[in-house]
Design a protein around this ligand. Sequence first.
Ligand code: C6P
Length: 404
Amino acid sequence: MLDIQKIRADFPILSQTVNGKPLVYFDNGATSQKPQIVIDAEVKYYQEINANIHRGVHTLSQLATDAYEISRGKVKEHINAKFAHEVLFTSGTTHGINLVTNGFASILKPGDEVIVSSLEHHSNIVPWQMLCEKTGALLKVIPMNENGELIIEAFDALLSEKTKVVTVNHISNALGVINPIKYIIDKAHAVGAAVLIDGAQAVPHLKPNVQELDCDFYAFSGHKMCGPTGTGILYGKEEWLNKLPPYQGGGEMIKEVTFEKTTYADLPHKFEAGTPNIAGGIVLGTAIDYLNSVGFENIHEYETELLDYATKRLSEIEGLRIYGTGKNKASVISFNIDGIHPYDVGSIIDKLGIAVRTGHHCAQPIMNFFCIPGTIRASFSFYNTKEEIDQMVDAVKKAQIMLS
Ligand code: C6P
């Protein structure tokens, strides 16, 4: 059992008022709030050990390097990667996915096929489209049903020896649906395809086990899991990271440079050109420690309670439709009210202190499927409460009356 009031006290922003009302922060899918321990760790880094890493022999540089590599080790343990050098620091999920698609440009041939799902964020559509344009590969899409679930038989039918890559998100950001990724990974491997999982929306809610999943790549963002913005991780299997060419050229990613030829550094440095977000990388480790101290089983249990409660309460509102009604869901609810634009509801409830996201959530194909311009999305974290859900429901009812 979580002591929610104690947890809330860890997050200074939650005691703030917005528009004169206590803040109800339900935009955790966009970015999570940060506990004081994470904020303090960022300050402590700049106050005490700020230096560039992997370069200097001086003490501060070594302290910063050690802290950065300790954090990489924490991520390795957290996701159960086989080696620390399979864990690449990135600026976020988008960066991680682009690193992979860039690498596949030298692997794919015209007529090869890449399978994405209809539930993807634009970050996991556009880079693959760009790759297909560059290489002459074809983009195939796993369709979804009215509940927002992928149609798995259709996925099975898309697979063939032409399939070279399959990519899906672990959890849909727009609908909260949890995808059957283990099934997808195993089926894709059976035809020899590589698999990238976009874990951006999964890591705040669960602990991915990349060896058990057997995915080839797993990309996520630090800022959605209580870490700083501009941080992220790309996990890649050693064999794949050795096969892919570097993403960017520059300092840190080389073994030797002459004007005739450059040789590249070993993993992970081959993919970490330039000075990274050192403070962010270190503090991501602190965020992971914090989440583990709360406990992912506790988080799952409590967030399921919040999801069930919010689904029940919102369903009381006449004319309200929830999108993404499959069985397997994370604590995200996307909804609309008949005849009212989601933006209008979002603006009114913001005046009442409630922060939700409205719009297409960078997942326009999902909105096109439902023939809507967007939704109102409430995404819950373990520091939210049922009382806050009640406040949102009251605010939505008020907005409905004002806008009808
Ligand atoms: N989704 C949301 O409000 P970055 O911006 O690189 O940290 O993450 C991109 C991204 C990739 N995949 C999924 C499934 C995502 O949800 C996101 C980010 C935020 O839903 C901001 S658009």
